[in-house]
Design a protein around this ligand. Structure first.
Ligand code: GDP
Ligand code: MG
Length: 597
């Protein structure tokens, strides 16, 4: 296809503003799929994505469109991941296209994720077409939202499109705007092959499938390619475009988006952002901006039933096949036995993996407190990277502990602002800005990531009745007065509950943990002390009182069936408990104890 007849674009939007609906409409109008194949929201392929309304893996659809000027165009729509945890993937997807449709719900206006995503598009030098969606709703206020887009984002909204992706109103104008207002890609057909590795995923039938954007040169079946960052060489088995069905093509030329397979074993062998070239005739310069994915949040995952360990390992291996940014290695915990230390790109990523393990693989898991990566500078000048608070070296040998900070943006209706400021303040936040976006307040805070990983989202959602939106970016590591808080149950330290906290909040947090565990640990035949300690010093203490009788004593001897049922119930309950010395702690106690409430 000649460059002048190609347009590549992405859709940026806040969750629920209509990105999937719009994409579906475009696919429907340009006929990539027949009706039978056109199931709702084809772009969101996994169940969890669909339920949560987020897109994890970028996918691409090639659309054919005959424009009003009489020419045939190829429009490549790239679907970008919708969440900050996948910011690097978003930026690579954006680098693969020249323009964006900025979709804003005309009844809601600009939200935190609208901003985060549109900034990626601006960074990538995109031409941006504002699209006001849901104008069919009575609450739509087109003029207000246009002003908002101009004031807050700073782009011209005078020619914003006004559409309803749901009813189909104004859809032709979207296709025409893509052709007329977005620039055609550039590239050299005769130069050595240069392609951007945008994404990759594991397909049960095809193996690893790699999505690329061709910058220069030609990619075709049988060619030997080289990944420039990893140095690995592969022979291409198959070169195709996605409509979104895979359709094999003879070759991919500059400006095109397409996929290939090359007997690559694992997704981990492909690095998003890498440059692909021809092995025999390589380009002399890789594309800028490559960096390997770095996990920022870690936690331990342990099977509730120790005999599920092998199954858990197999399940994690399967997830890893499709998600190179999820890492795990074996770990043993004095309290929890054998399990894995897992690394994630962020909180949502952690939740998704945990949910998939329990839902798709039917595994009962205990997750330890999520931890960020601390930089621990030792007195001998060495720096250690700490993923697990339980591994904190001897404090006497530590010169300084540095923790990661984030820059957070929160948009909220005015009435919840007070409560939100308090929440951020309680989490050691530093307010850097407060302004208004139409009716809503936009607050910017610097926050320690450590304070956000537990239940910040949940708290924010509950105090704002779901109206506040949140987005963040990693900033730098900063020194902090951090101490290790240990929890002892019946005088035994429970490593899974230990965490690093700021000294100023250590005591109150220790107290809350003890109070909660007191409620969560059932009575035993003996008294159980629960203590919180910093170093050797006990800072809080609670006691679980001893139980008087065993459960069956209630049933006056006679009723054997009832007695058996109660014992069975007890046994089932036990399966969900973990033994700590002589104390049994229910699984949910771990999660609940870690929520600060
Ligand atoms: P996404 O999260 O941005 O992908 O949003 P979806 O496309 O999943 O849409 C979120 C919700 O808004 C769904 O219930 C859609 O049916 C609805 N929706 C999308 N576009 C329109 C529209 O133009 N008008 C109305 N009334 N509802 C819409
Ligand atoms: Mg969607």
């Amino acid at each position: 296809t000649p460059l002048k007849n190609i347009r590549n674009f992405s859709i940026v939007a806040h969750i629920d503003h209509g990105k999937s609906t719009l994409a579906d409409r475009l696919i429907q109008m340009t006929g990539g799929l027949d009706l039978r194949e056109m199931k709702a929201q084809v772009l969101d392929s996994m169940d969890i994505e669909r339920e949560r309304g987020i897109t994890i893996k970028a996918q691409t659809v090639r659309l054919k469109y005959k424009a009003e000027d009489g020419e045939d165009y190829i429009l490549n729509l790239i679907d970008t991941p919708g969440h900050v945890d996948f910011a690097y993937e978003v930026s690579r997807s954006m680098a693969a296209v020249e323009g964006s449709l900025l979709v804003v719900d005309a009844s809601q206006g600009v939200e935190a994720q609208t901003l985060a995503n549109v900034y990626h598009a601006i960074d990538a030098n995109h031409e941006i077409v504002p699209v006001l969606n849901k104008v069919d709703l009575p609450a739509a206020d087109v003029e207000r939202v246009k002003t908002q887009i101009e004031d807050v984002i700073g782009i011209d909204a005078s020619e914003a499109l006004e559409i309803s992706a749901k009813t189909g109103l104004g859809m032709e104008s979207v296709l025409e705007a893509i052709v007329k207002r977005l620039p055609a890609p550039k590239g050299e057909l005769n130069a050595p092959l240069k392609a951007l590795l945008v994404d990759s995923w594991y397909d049960t039938y095809l193996g690893v499938v790699v999505l690329v954007r061709i910058i220069d040169g030609v990619m075709k079946k049988g060619q030997k390619i080289r990944m420039m960052a990893s140095g690995a060489v592969y022979e291409l088995d198959r070169v195709a475009v996605t409509t979104p069905k895979l359709v094999e093509v003879k070759e991919l030329t500059p400006g095109e988006l397409g996929v290939f397979t090359a007997s690559i074993k694992e997704v981990a062998d492909t690095n998003v952002g890498d440059t692909i070239t021809e092995d025999k005739k390589p380009t002399d310069k890789a594309l800028p901006g490559f960096r390997p994915a770095q996990p920022v949040v870690f936690c331990g995952l342990f099977p509730v039933d120790a005999s599920d360990f092998d199954e858990l390992r197999a399940a994690m291996g399967k997830l890893r096949l499709n998600d190179a940014s999820f890492s795990f290695e074996m770990e043993t915990s004095a309290a929890l036995g054998f399990g894995f230390r897992c690394g994630f790109l962020g909180l949502l990523h952690l939740e998704i993996i945990q949910e998939r393990l329990s839902r798709e693989f039917d595994l009962d898991l205990i997750a330890t407190a999520p931890s960020v990566v601390y930089e621990v500078e030792m007195t001998n000048g060495e720096t250690q990277y700490l993923h697990n608070p339980a591994d904190l070296p001897d404090v006497m040998k530590i010169a300084e502990i540095r923790e990661p900070w984030i820059k957070a943006t929160i948009l909220t209706p005015d009435e919840y602002l007070g409560a939100i400021l308090k929440l951020c303040q309680d989490r050691r936040g530093i307010q850097t800005n407060l302004s208004y976006v139409g009716q809503r307040a936009m607050v910017e805070y610097e926050l320690p990531l450590n304070e956000v990983v537990f239940d910040f989202y949940d708290r924010l959602k509950s105090i704002s009745k779901g109206y506040a939106s949140f987005d963040y970016q990693l900033a730098e590591h900063r020194a902090g007065d951090l101490v290790k808080l240990s929890i002892l149950v019946n005088a035994e330290p429970v490593d899974a509950l230990s965490m690093l906290v700021h000294r100023t909040v250590a005591e109150s947090r220790g107290r809350v943990m003890c109070e909660k565990l007191k409620e969560l640990i059932p009575p035993h035949l003996f008294v159980i002390p629960i203590q919180a300690a910093i170093g050797g010093k006990i800072i809080a203490r609670e006691t679980v009182r001893a139980m008087r009788k065993d459960v069956t004593a209630k049933c006056y001897g006679g009723d054997a069936t009832r007695k058996r049922k109660l014992l069975e119930k007890q046994k089932a309950g036990k399966k969900r408990m973990r033994q700590f010395g002589s104390v049994e702690i229910p699984q949910e106690a771990f999660i609940k104890a870690l929520k600060m409430g």
